[in-house]
Design a protein around this ligand. Structure first.
Ligand code: IMP
Ligand code: MG
Length: 173
């Protein structure tokens, strides 16, 4: 039998929060140009909604990160690969991801970017699971904090699926 979807954040609730975040981020950069670095693949929905609500001048690039050995738990070892093209030195970098969970992904990427001598590095995520953190790292901009439940939709996947769902949901037991 198919399990029933339990929607945590509707399309409307997400849109409203993304609009607020965009304003918050624009205000924090106060007219400075931003280099957005989205972390594929999870960022693709949030990042595209966020940047279209922002007014700051920006360049947008992507990195591919992968931390999973199985589907639901992080291995702690983050692989960064892909086709990153931008000059980072002297730029204000904003790393964008779908969710901060153990914190390994954002911490690893932020450290790698720091080595490239940016003017600043900040991070933005749609979701935060603070109770799952394994490293001392928090995002500068967060959409919604959530409890320790496995969620999908709005870019978040289970295996290869569900990233395209326009809302954030879990399954009823
Ligand atoms: P971290 O390195 O543990 O912070 O994990 C970051 C990555 O884990 C995210 O970019 C997601 O791909 C994945 N992740 C963490 N929690 C969930 C979840 O509840 N659903 C789907 N993916 C998740
Ligand atoms: Mg991801």
């Amino acid at each position: 039998m198919e399990k029933k979807e339990l929607v945590l954040y509707s399309r409307e609730a997400i849109a409203e929060r993304v609009g607020e975040l965009a304003k918050e981020i624009d205000a924090a950069y106060a007219g400075e140009e931003i280099l957005i670095i989205g972390l594929l693949r999870g960022c693709f929905v949030f990042c595209s909604d966020l940047v279209r609500e922002m007014k700051s001048k920006m360049e947008i690039d992507f990195m591919t990160t992968s931390s999973y050995e199985n589907n639901e738990s992080s291995s702690g070892e983050v692989k960064v690969f892909g086709d990153f093209r931008s000059e980072v030195k002297g730029r204000h970098v904003l790393i964008v991801d779908d969710i901060i969970d153990t914190g390994h992904t954002l911490q690893t990427v932020a450290e790698a970017i720091e080595k490239m001598e940016p003017a600043s590095v900040k991070t933005a995520v749609m979701l935060d699971k603070p109770s799952r953190r394994q490293v001392d790292f928090s995002a500068d901009f967060t959409g919604f904090p959530i409890d320790d439940v496995f969620i999908v939709g709005y870019g978040l996947n289970y295996g290869p699926y569900y990233r395209n769902k326009p809302y954030i949901y879990t399954y009823e037991d």
